[in-house]
Design a protein around this ligand. Structure first.
Ligand SMILES: [Fe+2]
Length: 230
């Protein structure tokens, strides 16, 4: 008899194997994104002075991101796209939504811009460029702020993909590890990041500001990424 070292993983996915089978569009999008890479700078330049001006106008809207009892974790967020009725100060962590709603809502339901959206004029070109925006927020990590190892998705039929904007230069003060590799980035740029890969973040200095943006994964948005990679 064969003895397996690890227990079978995710038996619930086996149970719904037909339901999660990827569509032709899923396969086309994932193959194309995989060809570009896991960490892809895009040709959008954020005006840092304008970001600072925008941030000054909305900084009163920062709230602690998913505070957890017994864990020191200095991170704050402002919601930019949320669920219907949300505001920029609605707690933006999915576990916080789960506590409120009784279920973990899928990111594709977060299509409503909050009052912070119109204040982010440094993002206007990018907001107009991509289609179908979903759950998005500004996040600021200060010394000790972190996101432990996780994957945002594990299946190639994921509905959404992540676009990260680095406001200012936090290289050296912020660790971003993706798939076992420590990343560096151009300041004030947007990246497509394959957050299906195992990743973690930790900050060693204050004011590490990022835009964590999400759009629907569809061929339209993937071709937009293909047109603007560096
Ligand atoms: Fe993540």
């Amino acid at each position: 008899m064969t003895v397996y070292a690890a227990k079978a993983q995710k038996p619930d996915l086996y149970e719904c194997r037909d339901e999660i089978f990827p569509s032709q569009e899923d396969i086309a999008c994932e193959l194309q994104l995989a060809a570009l890479g896991d960490w892809v700078p895009l040709d959008f330049k954020i005006d840092y002075d304008l970001w600072k001006k925008n941030e000054k106008a909305i900084k009163h809207l920062y709230r602690p991101f998913q505070p957890t009892k017994g864990v020191m974790n200095d991170r704050e967020s402002i919601l930019v796209y949320g669920m219907e009725g949300d505001t920029a100060t609605t707690p933006s962590g999915l576990d916080q939504y789960k506590a409120k709603l009784g279920y973990r809502p899928p990111e594709q339901l977060f299509t409503h811009p909050t009052e912070a959206h119109s204040q982010l004029t440094c993002m206007n070109e990018i907001f107009e460029y991509f289609d179908d925006w979903t759950r998005s927020f500004i996040v600021k990590l200060n010394s000790g702020g972190h996101y432990p190892y996780h994957r945002d998705h594990c299946r190639i039929n994921r509905e959404t993909i992540r676009l990260i904007v680095f406001f200012g230069d936090s290289n050296g003060g912020l660790d971003w590890e993706v798939d076992g590799k420590n990343m560096s980035w151009y300041p004030n740029r947007m990246y497509y990041v394959n957050t299906m890969k195992r990743h973690r973040l930790s900050a060693w200095q204050k004011d590490c500001a990022m835009g964590v943006f999400t759009v629907r994964k569809n061929w339209s948005n993937v071709t937009r990424i293909m047109s603007r990679y560096l």
